[in-house]
Design a protein around this ligand. Structure first.
Ligand SMILES: Nc1nc2c(c(=O)[nH]1)N[C@H]1C(S)=C(S)[C@@H](COP(=O)(O)O)O[C@H]1N2
Ligand SMILES: [Mo]
Length: 165
């Protein structure tokens, strides 16, 4: 493992080189880049973002692609029940039931501008509806579909809570 703390901005984020893989229990693994996401239907919504550390960012307007639209293109296997959303910073990964992940948005814009790297650009997972702050995975690099809840590798909550005093 690198000595990069998972909350640090990865220093090699290059929007032109970035790609997101949809892997695992799917009929066709695929990779999508920023242009590919821009080519899919997007939606825009506004929400507050609250962190368990005690702060709130109000009225954030996200634009992005419904994860369900992306998963459809990869044709999830009938056996797939969950997904691990992995960040490009290696250790950070969050597990989701597929139905819930499908409702989340892969955001590429924040408040009308390309999502800044410090907030997870080129693409950040933004759950719609109730969610914990650590579920909003920044610098998403891979969505791996799996046949059972991936407890071992589901590190996001522990990493986030380790930062809370
Ligand atoms: N890849 C990655 N995503 C992450 C985290 C992280 O450490 N690494 N922290 C999470 C937590 S706990 C919070 S509160 C938000 C912080 O988002 P911000 O840096 O845009 O404020 O990112 C979430 N997504
Ligand atoms: Mo958080």
């Amino acid at each position: 493992m690198s000595d990069l703390e998972p909350h640090d901005v990865p220093d090699d984020v290059d929007a032109d080189a970035w790609g997101l893989g949809v892997t695992g229990a799917v009929e066709r693994e695929l990779t999508v880049d920023v242009a590919g996401l821009e080519g899919l239907p997007t939606e825009t919504f506004t929400a507050d973002f609250a962190c368990v550390e005690g702060w709130v960012a109000e009225d954030l307007t996200w634009r992005g692609v419904r994860v369900g639209d992306l998963l459809e293109r990869a044709e999830p296997a009938a056996s797939a029940t969950h997904a691990l959303v992995r960040a490009m910073d290696g250790a950070y990964a969050c597990s989701y039931p597929i139905e819930r992940l499908s409702e989340a948005v892969l955001a590429i814009e924040l408040d009308g501008a390309p999502l800044p790297v410090e907030h997870g650009g080129p693409a950040r997972l933004v759950p719609t509806g109730e969610a914990d702050c650590w579920e909003s995975v920044k610098w998403v690099a891979e969505i791996e579909l799996v046949d059972a809840p991936p407890d071992e590798e589901d590190t996001a909550k522990a990493i986030a809570l380790s930062r809370v005093e």
